[in-house]
Design a protein around this ligand. Structure first.
Ligand SMILES: NC(=O)c1ccc[n+]([C@@H]2O[C@H](COP(=O)([O-])OP(=O)(O)OC[C@H]3O[C@@H](n4cnc5c(N)ncnc54)[C@H](OP(=O)(O)O)[C@@H]3O)[C@@H](O)[C@H]2O)c1
Length: 135
């Protein structure tokens, strides 16, 4: 399910490990390294890695792009980060600082389980539709 969009996927282990998923998604999907995926991305890039992996996101390819950050900080997974615990910053602010001002970071899709993205979509005009807030 890629919603009729061209998508370029990446992970930490290399494009070859995404072959099954690419096949499942069909001809409009392909896999690449994170740097290649960032460069190939058109209008927007989705960064959907654990907070602790932000500093391995390639910076240069994301310059000038809208970057959607799905991350939810989890101290058990990411290690305790005092500035996030005390509310003086957010994961999106951290990603924005890391990427620099030329990228435009927005929070998105962090409040929906990934499996629901594929099954809860409704066409425009449907009586019941979900709403995903972004900030
Ligand atoms: N799962 C959900 O439904 C959901 C919902 C809302 C928000 N979130 C948030 O979204 C983020 C990702 O969640 P997830 O459940 O997808 O986590 P996950 O299952 O741990 O998957 C993380 C993905 O990021 C990749 N990755 C990790 N480090 C990377 C790096 N340095 N460079 C490139 N790719 C890297 C991993 O690739 P490898 O497998 O190759 O290491 C994996 O594909 C988290 O912050 C989570 O809190 C998740």
């Amino acid at each position: 399910m890629n919603g009729g969009l061209d998508v370029v996927l990446s992970n930490s282990r290399g494009p070859q490990t995404l072959a099954d998923l690419v096949e499942e998604l069909g001809p409009r999907a392909r896999a690449a390294t994170p740097a290649e995926a960032g460069s190939a991305a058109g209008d927007w890039v989705i960064v959907t890695v654990p907070f602790k992996a932000f500093d391995s996101v390639p910076r240069e390819p994301l310059a000038g792009k809208t970057v959607k950050n799905t991350s939810n900080y989890s101290p058990r997974r990411d290690g305790r980060v005092e500035a996030l615990e005390n509310g003086s910053t957010t994961s999106s602010e951290r990603l924005q600082q890391y990427l620099g001002e030329s990228a435009y970071v927005v929070k998105a899709f962090n409040n929906i389980h990934h499996a629901h993205l594929a099954v809860l979509h409704r066409p425009a005009g449907a009586e019941v539709r979900g709403l995903l807030a972004k900030a």
